[in-house]
Design a protein around this ligand. Sequence first.
Ligand SMILES: C[S@@+](CC[C@H](N)C(=O)[O-])C[C@H]1O[C@@H](n2cnc3c(N)ncnc32)[C@H](O)[C@@H]1O
Length: 462
Amino acid sequence: MRYYPVFIDLAGQRAVVLGGGRIATEKVASLLEAGAKVTVIASMLSEAIERLVADGSVDAIRRDYLPGDLAGARLVIDASDDVAINRQSWEEAETSGILINVVDRPAQCRFIAPAIVRRDPLLIAISTSGESPFLASSMRARLERWIGREWGPFTTLVGRIRRELRERGVPLAEQTRIYRELTRSDVRDLLRADRAVEAGVRAAAIASSDLNHRGRVALVGAGPGDAALITVKARELLADADYVLHDALISPDTLALCGPDVRLERVGKRGGQEGALQDDITARLIELARAGHFVVRLKGGDPFVFGRGGEELAQLALAGIDVIAVPGVSAAFAAPESVGVPVTMRGLASSVAITTAQGGGSPARLEALARAADTLVVLMAREGLGEVTAALARAVGATRPAVLVSQATLPDQRSVSGPLSDIAWLADREGIPAPATLIVGDVVAASPFLAAVHDQLGEVAL
Ligand SMILES: C[S@@+](CC[C@H](N)C(=O)[O-])C[C@H]1O[C@@H](n2cnc3c(N)ncnc32)[C@H](O)[C@@H]1O
């Protein structure tokens, strides 16, 4: 069944409710909220309906429904729970072209009532086309958490600005740009903090000045791969961006969080494949921001952990571009966590060092780090893994527990674990691909998951 969704204006319209029990009472309340003139027809009325009748909010006919009762009604809800009444009311409504909903009888419903998230004047209706009221209400609970109270006053504010822009004859394209700017501004934050006056001033400034022509850049961490691990703030920025310049490794599910009109540009390197050079990327960010765009530079993990985010931030700031950085979950933490390895643990490890196997310095530096920290996390570990593990084994011993985790948090996640000296050949034997992160330290042996992983993969158990 496919429904045509509408919101019906019932203000001052006759609506009839059949039945006087709990469900009828709820229906009466929501019809009154919509401004309908409600008549209840039932031999027994709930106390709540009796009160509404007593104060004149509702008319009552104190007997069961009779054919002809629906005359003049726009809409009928039959909550009588009486099969004979259901059949007759359905027939009368159908003959007269009146919209009817017979509660719990989908075949006798000309309309169905959605679950509602109310942020007046914003109204979100949810329907599963009658498949599962439970799912509809669980979806409502999700949206209730996601769409904060501030969306109500924000909608009112945007509506007021819209009327002003139309009166001033502002061209539609310019109006749209202003609405986008309002949506991604801090106006909602101000409303959420009950600073309505400041929110109004800020919104008016956006609608009238050319302050909104200034572009800006957000350096955003996408997390290690699983799209669910991105921050709420990053999600909102992706939804609002004009351009997203992203690393090659960002997962399609994460990119799917971008707004429908966003322009995606893939930049950066993947394996040995050279992409745009760093200077070109920064130049492109500056160019787009200067043209007035809001640009998200989306990087794997955290932008400031071997992500060149620090350089981009400095160069953008130097160029006078408005720039912010939004943290992400780094693979340095997600990779060990995804195989149950705590990088610190009471009595076992109280320090952790994060480094890279590529371009970060000599084997001597790696060895020194491995000696200095209880847990060592090595990023970009797949290429040259043999040399890296050999250097580390010299420093902390060939039997130090280690795990190499590839594609952490993604469906293709894989790992090999064992004594440090075995990791490189195990990785080759199992064909573990990049990107991969190596974790070395006693904490690896503390993982409750790795034994099971070894059994599954037929690996060397710790
Ligand atoms: C250029 S560094 C970027 C690190 C990133 N900024 C971060 O905070 O995760 C890329 C390295 O991160 C690690 N990495 C990224 N995603 C990973 C994943 N899903 N699983 C394991 N390691 C990952 C690998 O070591 C990879 O070679």
